[in-house]
Design a protein around this ligand. Structure first.
Ligand code: URP
Ligand code: ZN
Ligand code: ZN
Length: 462
């Protein structure tokens, strides 16, 4: 199968050029001009005039089918990866979860079963809920299977939270093995005290979720995470960074030359505490952790993306329906399942950063595809358009204006955080390994069509 994408503007993290892309079977064969003498013998020619030709998006933080807060995320691997592809994302890295009293292996096997439905390629991180001699040994073993990153929690006491000694032990093991530690950095102890006090005062509305989780407690946790990582001699990566306080702690560590990394998410760039304070119970649609911050944090996060202190934009896609799921927290904000849907919107929302002058076009590709692929050990297979890479390609119309709505999105969730927003840009054709998954409104993928991606160690560490 040979496909030529011609007349487009090929955009990578390194450059933007008018070039054609020749695909042979699953891989990019060549990028350049005059690649074929004749179009005869090609199976398909795609005319990308006035289009950007970009590497498929890599979202390294999704939660499909996750049990959380008394409910399950409403997208499974089938619906979630399909929605991702409609939005221009062709690789997702999801989080397998260790259950209390169970091994990492058991948690991983459960996730492999869930992932049988995947319609795009995917990788897996592992959430470690209990650190003991056995799980530490298992961490080493999983690296050989391509699970090279482990998420630890400083928040959610009694659910996910680990004490500092356990975190430190896991970090020491990562230092020895080359695994990457991913950290949910919020100080769960004082947060739970505040939760109890607010509820006792009758402050039960969704906005109090935000009040109970101050940015200072994220900043403190990020600072502590990097101090522990420094002591253990290992790199660390902060997931879903939301605030100026946390960014300052990342900067401080990086300025001292530490291998300190972080991602932020579209919700922290575009939404704010005011959304959680919408009238009635509407604010529950915006409840996630860390919470949305006052809008003045957003400029700092954009600056962090420009200046390189933030390396990745992921989604932390964790969708719960408003009806029946978010509603579990009516009268008690602490019972609202935490998480927002956005796996379909990330690529286009981040592209609005180009439209609005926050970032350049190559930086967009770097944040959406190249850096996440390198950070999570998927390079040189995913993350750019170059000979030998998987032909995961988005033909993107940058001038197409459209309105985001739950009525037209493909995520299995009954609302959109961006309902009614007008955005520029449409992933018109989305290919995975040389096969078209999305063409306009049409879906050509299938459940089980996505491949598991064993990952190498983070290439940001080498
Ligand atoms: O609110 C969030 N972030 N839900 C998903 C779980 C997590 O901590 O990433
Ligand atoms: Zn988290
Ligand atoms: Zn998450």
């Amino acid at each position: 199968m040979r496909t030529l994408i011609k007349n487009g503007t090929v955009v990578t993290a390194a450059e933007t050029s008018h070039a054609d892309v020749l695909i042979a079977d699953e891989r990019v064969a060549a990028v350049g001009v005059g690649l074929v003498e004749s179009e005869e013998g090609l199976d398909r020619v795609i005319d990308a005039t006035d289009r950007y030709v970009m590497p498929g998006g890599v979202d390294v933080h999704t939660h499909f089918d996750l049990p959380f807060g008394g409910s399950f995320c409403s997208d499974d691997f089938g619906t979630g990866t399909r929605a991702a592809a409609f939005g221009g994302t062709t690789t997702c890295v999801d989080f397998a979860v260790q259950d209390y009293g169970k091994t990492l292996r058991e948690g991983l096997d459960t996730w492999f079963q869930k992932a049988e439905k995947a319609q795009t390629d995917y990788g897996l991180h592992m959430i470690v809920r209990e650190v003991n001699d056995q799980t530490l040994d298992e961490m080493d073993g999983l690296i050989g299977e391509g699970i090279t990153s482990f998420k630890l929690f400083m928040a959610y006491p009694g659910v996910f939270m680990l004490d500092d000694a356990s975190i430190f032990r896991a970090m020491q093991r990562a230092a020895a093995s080359g695994a990457l530690i991913l950290m949910h950095a919020e100080n769960g102890g004082p947060i739970n005290v505040l939760v109890d006090q607010l509820l006792a005062d009758g402050k039960t509305d969704p906005q109090y979720h935000g009040i109970s989780r101050p940015a200072a407690m994220e900043g403190e946790a990020v600072h502590r995470a990097f101090k522990l990582a420094e002591l253990a001699g290992t790199p660390a990566y902060i997931v879903h960074l939301s605030s100026r306080d946390a960014l300052d702690a990342v900067r401080e560590a990086r300025d001292r030359g530490l291998p300190a990394f972080a991602e932020t998410c579209p919700q922290y760039l575009y939404l704010s505490h005011d959304d959680m304070a919408r009238p009635g119970f509407e604010g529950s649609k915006f409840v996630c952790s860390p919470p949305l911050r006052p809008a003045d944090h957003q400029e700092d996060l954009w600056a962090g993306l420009r200046q390189g202190d933030l390396q990745v934009v992921s989604t932390d896609h964790a969708p719960f329906n408003y009806k029946g799921q978010k509603e579990l927290g009516v009268g008690n904000f602490a019972k609202i399942p935490n998480g927002l849907p956005s796996v379909e919107d990330r690529f286009t929302l981040l592209f609005q950063g180009v439209v609005n002058g926050h970032i350049g076009l190559s930086r967009f590709v770097e944040l959406a595809s190249t850096a996440p692929a390198r950070m999570m050990g998927l390079y040189p297979r995913k993350g750019t358009i170059a000979a030998g890479f998987d032909a995961d390609i988005v033909v993107f119309d940058p001038n197409h204006e459209r309105t985001i709505s739950a009525e037209t999105h493909h995520m299995n969730v009954d609302y959109s955080c961006y309902e009614g927003w007008t955005v520029k840009g449409l992933p018109e054709i989305v290919m995975q390994r040389g096969t078209v998954l999305v063409e306009g409104d049409e879906w050509h993928g299938k459940e089980g069509g996505g491949k598991f991606l064993p990952r190498s160690r983070s290439q940001f560490l080498t």
